[in-house]
Ligand binder design. Structure first.
Ligand SMILES: [Zn+2]
Length: 315
């Protein structure tokens, strides 16, 4: 059964750390691929919690009220630098200026002494300000009510958070590609065009995703691969990957190395690392490429009910 955000994983009793959002089919007027007409499906993005929260954490800061606005220039030269982790914060808000975090008590005492030495009318107060730079527009809306902060919007993320990750045509292509995945297999596609596919091999390490990447490399070395198509910077750059099974760590890292753009899978795997368990490889900050991951649920369309539930097909 599909585990929803906040629910407990029965296998280990721990809460899933990644937030997942569920989308209803967005096929315009139920316009879907003829071969899969009448099928309802949902696409569930697997997102980090830091993107799905509506709020950002807060931290207490000392502020000084500037009672004579013409003294701001003089005061700002006296204030200590804002610590690097709080560089997202603007210094001034409506006659108040940030001094330093409350936990930096000695820094505050030193700054207060210098400020009072200016013999200006000043008042000190403690306020709550955003401890982190907001990552989404809704976090920005929350944060700016607390204190002015910098923010850079990410349109792709905003589309996903707005429950509109795909338009009708893209939904049709995703569903059509998913329906073309071989049994226990993998398909790599550029839009509607299939570039490579594979199923699990007979050898231990011949998992479907790695075999499909291998086949993609062969295709790109073949005469069928035209010069025009050399726009790919590296193997699967810009490509979508469709899998029947959630990838294991080996396959998921292979897709990182291949520079896949998005990964869609149908069934969770006992050795999967994108949706199952408490760690999600594609959300790992240390890796140098990140693809988006979606779990695709297709009602009444279990084309391979007897498929393995283990990436690699070997238990
Ligand atoms: Zn695998």
């Amino acid at each position: 059964m599909l585990k929803r955000c906040g629910e407990r994983d029965d296998s280990n009793g721990e809460e899933c750390p990644a937030k997942r959002r569920e989308f209803e089919p967005t096929l315009n007027g139920h316009r879907i691929a003829p071969s899969v007409s009448g099928i309802n499906f949902r696409v569930l993005p697997i997102l980090p919690a830091e993107l799905t929260t509506f709020e950002v954490p807060l931290v207490q800061f000392y502020v000084v009220h500037v009672l004579q606005l013409q003294t701001i220039g003089q005061l700002i030269k006296t204030l200590p630098d804002i610590p690097d982790e709080f560089r997202h914060l603007k210094r001034i808000k409506k006659g108040m200026m940030l001094v330093c975090p409350v936990h930096c008590e000695s820094l505050f005492e030193e700054a207060k002494k210098k400020l009072l030495g200016l013999n200006l009318p000043l008042e000190f107060q403690i306020v709550e300000v955003p401890a982190k730079k907001p990552l989404t527009e809704r976090q920005f809306e929350f944060a700016k009510e607390k204190w002015p902060t910098s923010f850079h919007s990410m349109p792709e993320i905003e589309k996903v958070l707005a429950d509109q990750p795909f338009d009708g045509d893209e939904s049709r292509i995703i569903l059509a590609n998913m329906s073309k995945v071989p049994s226990n297999g993998c398909l790599i596609a550029d839009g509607e065009r299939s570039l490579a596919e594979s199923t699990h091999g007979t050898m231990l390490l011949e998992h479907a995703a790695l075999e499909a990447i291998r086949n993609l490399a062969k295709y790109q070395q073949s005469e069928a691969y035209s010069v025009e198509e050399n726009r790919f910077a590296y193997l699967a750059t810009g490509c979508d990957v469709f899998l029947e099974q959630e990838p294991c760590a080996m396959c998921a890292m292979g897709l990182v190395h291949a520079r896949a753009k998005r990964v869609f899978f149908r069934n969770r795997s006992s050795n999967g690392v994108l949706a199952s368990g408490n760690w999600h490889l594609h959300l790992e900050p240390a890796i140098n490429h990140h693809y988006q991951v979606f779990e695709v649920k297709i009602d009444n369309f279990d084309v391979n009910a007897n498929a393995s539930r283990h990436c690699g097909g070997i238990l």
